[in-house]
Design a protein around this ligand. Structure first.
Ligand SMILES: [Zn+2]
Length: 253
């Protein structure tokens, strides 16, 4: 993972501390350069802790800059690799000093757009599962182009038009009520009781879940809004039934 051209003895990378898990709205922070490397996606740097969200869980990565050794690195993509967050940069990383302090700044507009789209997906899934128990959320895609949530099972409690009207009405109610979105860690016992997960934890590990008010908690490592009132609009784009599943496209911001 390390490059021989950089100065100093590189530190052996340990798991990156994920600052975005505790604060969606932290757009700037300081960290320490741990090492650099390259793979098929390009050249990357690893930091001790990061505010950059790595792409995954149906959410695009953050982009931004890292200032280190009086140089500015433009981060165009971020990925997660066995506990290590890799920040892919456009510039050369030769002769960077490992253990140098650095400053991170993410694109805050992009972060908030992603958090809105992602939180909107949870809201949609939570409401659908409440009013149509035959549907269980199995996949969320929260990219700006065509976000959707896919459910296992085919809609049978309502006609499609009634369903869209009801879901739209309840989403508006929940946004107007400015319901709180929270995240916490749970253990295997609590995880097993959740309706829509077959996820298995390693011994002694905990899972992060996100929860809107009294909705069912959902395992998720993404970035979310604090309150639903931050969503200014929400619309269902379309509903489809691929392979006996139900797929609901939405748009929100
Ligand atoms: Zn989430």
């Amino acid at each position: 993972m390390t490059e021989s051209t950089s100065k100093g003895e590189p530190n052996k990378p340990k798991d990156t501390k994920l600052l975005y898990l505790s604060d969606t709205y932290k757009f700037e922070a300081e960290s320490i350069l741990v090492c650099s490397g390259s793979d098929t996606k390009g050249t990357f740097v690893v930091l001790d802790e990061t505010i950059f969200y790595p792409q995954g869980g149906g959410q695009p990565s953050d982009v931004g800059i890292i200032e280190v050794d009086n140089r500015t690195l433009n981060v165009h993509f971020v990925s997660f690799n066995n506990g290590i967050v890799q920040h892919y940069v456009k510039e050369s990383v030769e002769n960077l000093n490992y253990a140098s302090p650095c400053k991170m700044k993410i694109d805050s507009d992009r972060r908030l757009k992603n958090a809105k789209s992602h939180t909107g997906g949870h809201l949609l899934a939570g409401i659908v599962e409440k009013i149509a128990p035959e549907l269980v959320g199995v996949k969320g895609h929260h990219f700006p182009e065509g976000p959707y949530v896919e459910f296992k099972g085919k809609l049978s409690s309502f006609t499609t038009n009634e369903f869209i009207d009801k879901v739209t009405e309840l989403i508006k109610e929940n946004i107007d009520a400015n319901r709180i979105v929270s995240a916490r860690e749970i253990d295997q016992l609590e995880l097993r009781n959740l309706r829509n997960t077959e996820y298995q934890l390693q011994e002694g590990k905990k899972a992060r879940v996100v929860q809107i008010d009294d909705f069912e908690p959902v395992p998720c490592g993404g970035t979310h809004l604090k309150n639903l009132g931050e969503l200014k609009n929400f619309n269902i784009r379309k509903i489809q039934f691929p392979k006996e599943n139900t797929k609901i496209g939405y748009i929100c911001g």
